[in-house]
Design a binder for this molecule. Sequence first.
Ligand code: DOR
Ligand code: ZN
Ligand code: ZN
Length: 434
Amino acid sequence: ETVSAEGLYVLPGAIDSHVHFRDPGYPHKETWKTGSAAAACGGVTTVFDMPNTNPPTGTLEALAMKLKAAESSYVDFGIHALFDDSTVATLIDLLDGGATSFKAFVGNTFGNLPAPSDGALLEGFETLAPLGIRTTVHAENSSIMARRQKHLRDAGRTDPLAHLAARPAVAEIEAIGRIITLAEWTGARVHIAHHSAADSLYLLREAKRRGVDVTAETCPQYLLLNTVNMLDLGGLLRVNPPVREPRHNEPLWRALLDGVIDMIATDHAPHAPEEKTRDDIWECDCGFPGVETQMPLMLTEINGGRAAITDYVRWSAEAPARAWGLQGIKGVIAPGAHADIVLVDMGRSENLSQYRLQSIGKISPWHDRQVKGCPLHTMVRGRFVVRDGELLEHTAGWGQSIKPVQRMPPARVAHPDTTTRAITEPGAAEREAR
Ligand code: DOR
Ligand code: ZN
Ligand code: ZN
């Protein structure tokens, strides 16, 4: 198994912290096999799968089903288990059962999982802080959005921009502020999913300056698309959070360059084409595939001079490896690291086609977009899974859980007045003061 790397760049395989492979539950949208094939072809060698499957990944049984489904994966994987009021008392059991991390749907989205209460968030963060485990948060305020959406529907709005009106940036800003407050108080590690708004960047910047271990991702759609595209694409571009007004694009790029946003993820959220193209915007499922198109889209921007290729490697591989406890093992090319490697041709131009996607959700806002810079060969732990752009189908199942190599260092200490201490040691602070 040899390939020539002449003229190619050697990069660490991308780590995508945010994919929905839909398995178990929605095999007409995606399966582990098709989703991970899409990842492999996109130069992504590790993915973290989201828990809004059916059943949701919030019980040991559901977790076992997901790990079973993931046995067909081409790429390595972590499992974000569900963090809500129904699971908060069993988070440690879920970790013992093979979960690597958690996802809290603080904003409502596909699957209609109820948002965790603020009480459950505080409690769960107190549980996870001493373990150093990071919780990803879909940060949008569900109460704001439910009222807005009801008013818009009652008023008969079914146009594409009604979706944005229902999920205004303030819903995201409010939720991010709340999550940072709880993370700072407890010392818990948190991760802000699909950061989309310019207005909440100051919250991240200030929290990081204070030493809160908050990481954040944004996605190609928030960097490269906006409401102008929404007018053309309609429900096909419906996604949560929505793509925002054009003024948000540039600040997100600057935040990546400044390290305020740490990484690129995709929120790979495939749906069947007919679920994306209904006349009524409210009936179009939210999200679209992304794990396969992230690298060519971003490398096109690197070719255009927006950032250096070393910046891209930081966003696609190094930062997620650090955030999820894979530092030095994945996301780098170094002695002792896994040989998770992608060979990219920075000079290769392509016209992206939704019909050539490995994903079952063969409908994409990136269809017909011209890109320059493409992954050609992908290697997972020393073995090619894609060669010359061709998926090597006999390597299905080569992917493994990252759980055995994950090492989360201890988190920073919590605020001294935590409620857990008040429960287990009543009057401790008062006794010390006397
Ligand atoms: O647009 C979205 N789709 N946003 C999410 O947060 C979830 C995702 C999905 O699972 O379809
Ligand atoms: Zn989300
Ligand atoms: Zn998502």
